[in-house]
Design a protein around this ligand. Structure first.
Ligand code: UDP
Ligand code: MG
Length: 147
């Protein structure tokens, strides 16, 4: 806990996707168990598939990056699980649980260390800020789909 517990270090919500590689590999259950065991509560969840256009929109902040085209193709290549998760310090704690973007650099015991193949096909998404968690959650879920 922060030494001054009156300071709110960050928000309670993050957004995740179990990416097409992890779905294809049969790891939905294993990854959800790790999320559950780490103390995250599921606020919203769906099994769906992004079109190329939708994947391009979701990742548009990366549009200028050299990997953008591959990323959009990959993220629209099969079904995903999208979810909003709740926990104190959700964004940072979830980034810790998933590990580094490149699984070669990910800490032991992280989701990406266990289930990701490479820097592109890396099993899971996790929001990088409270603002993006809200934007990303709103991309997938209406108010009626949150509990
Ligand atoms: N990515 C990639 N090559 C790279 C960096 C990223 O294919 O060199 C993909 C990867 O799927 C990653 C996503 O683009 O998860 C978004 O990149 P970001 O830097 O935001 O990583 P993340 O926040 O997912 O750890
Ligand atoms: Mg990111």
């Amino acid at each position: 806990m922060h030494p001054n517990s009156n300071i709110q270090m960050s928000g309670k919500y993050t957004f995740t996707m179990i990416k097409p590689d992890a779905v294809r590999a049969g790891n939905i259950g294993n990854i959800l168990a790790m999320i559950n065991n780490a103390g995250f509560r599921i606020v919203a969840m769906k099994y769906t598939k992004l079109s190329k256009e939708q994947a391009g929109k979701f990742y548009e902040i990366h549009a200028a990056r050299p990997f953008y085209g591959e990323l959009v193709d990959f993220m629209s290549s099969g079904p995903i699980v999208a979810a909003i998760l709740e926990k104190d310090n959700a964004v940072a704690d979830f980034r810790t649980l998933i590990g580094a973007t490149n699984p070669a650099d990910a800490a032991e015991g992280t989701i990406r260390k266990l289930y990701a193949a490479n820097v592109g096909e890396n099993a899971v998404h996790g929001s990088d800020s409270d603002d993006n968690a809200a934007i990303e959650g709103n991309f997938f879920f209406s108010g009626l789909e949150r509990f």
